[in-house]
Design a protein around this ligand. Sequence first.
Ligand code: AQP
Length: 333
Amino acid sequence: MQRIFSGIQPSGIPTLGNYLGAIRNWVALQADHDCLWCIVDLHAITVWQEPAELTRATREMAATLLACGIDPARHVLFLQSSVPAHARLAWIFNCVARLGWLNRMTQFKDKAGRDREAASTGLYVYPNLMAADIHAYHATRVPVGDDQRQHLELANDIGEKFNHDYGTDFFPRIEPLILGPAARVMSLRDGTKKMSKSDPSDQSRINLNDDAEAIAQKIRRAKTDPEPLPSEPAGLEGRPEARNLVGILAALTGTDLAGVLRAHGGQGFGAFKGTLADALVATLGPIAAETRRLLGDPGALDAILRDGAARAAAVADPIVAEAERLVGFLRLR
Ligand code: AQP
C-alpha cells in the first residue's frame, strides 16, 4: 500500500477551506492508503504565534481532525514537534537545498509580504522542512492543493541532489495527489483571495467550530454582486464571489458548478444564501459538536497524539538515521 503524508498548521481554527480542500479528502484516502496525518506546529511558528494560543489551537486541531473522521487507530495522527526526526532531516536538507532554489518559491514572497528583511529565516527554509516531513517517511504520495505543487517539486529536487551527492537512491520520488476541482475555497469578503484561518477578518471565513447562527450570519454578509445567479458556469466569469459561493454548495452537495446552476440559476442571492447556509450547517454542525465533546477530555486527546508520535517515530527514526549515516556522521558504538 502506498504511504501518504500530509500536514496542517495549527495556526488557528481550521476553516471550511481546510475542510473541503484537504481534511475531507484525507478521510476518503484512508480507505486504501497507509496515512500519516501531521499537525505541523514547527511550520506554524515560521510566522508569529502567541504561545498559549498555539497550545490551544494545536489541541483544537487534533480534536477537529478526529471529529472529521481521521482514524487514529488504522492511521497515524501526530504532532510534528513530537518527532525530532523532522528537524534532524530538515537540517541536512538546509545544507542540500540551494539558495537559488528557495529564491524562486512564490509562497515565501506572498507570506513575507513587502518587508522581506523582517521575515523569519524559518519562513524562508519552510520548503526544506516540508521536504523532510515527507522524505523522513519515504512517503511517495502527498495530497496537496495546487498552491503546494512548487514545494513538492523542490522536495524532489532535494531528494535527487541528496541521492546524487551521496551516491545513493535512498530517497524515492514523490508524486503530488492533486485532489478534485473544488480544491480552492475563497474568502467570503474577497473572491480573489484564498479563505485562510489566519486572515485578520473572522467574517472572511467559516470556522469549523462556528455555530448555526454564526454560519448563517457570515453567509448573509458574504460579498456578492447585484445580478441573479446565471444558469450556466460561463455566466460566473468575472464574478469571483458568486463563483465561490456556487463552488462551496457544489462541493457540499457532491455536484459541480453546472449542477448547482441547473437547480438555482435565476435565483437572487437572498434565497441562494439561505440554501447554502442550511447545507453548511448540516455538514459542519455534527463536526463542531463532536469537536466540543472531544475537547472535553484533553487527556484522551493527548494519549492519541502520544501514541501517534511513537508510531511515527518508529517509521522515521531508522530512515533519518540512515540519511545521517550516508552523510558521514560518526555513529558512536
Ligand atoms: N481556502 C482553501 N481552499 C482549499 N484548500 C485549502 N487549504 C488551506 N486553505 C484552503 C488546504 O488545507 C491544507 C492545510 O493547510 P495549512 O494549514 O497547512 O496551510 P495553508 O494552506 O496556509 O492554510 P491556511 O488556512 O491559509 O493557513 P494559514 O492562514 O496559517 O496560512 C493544505 O492542503 C491546503 O492546501
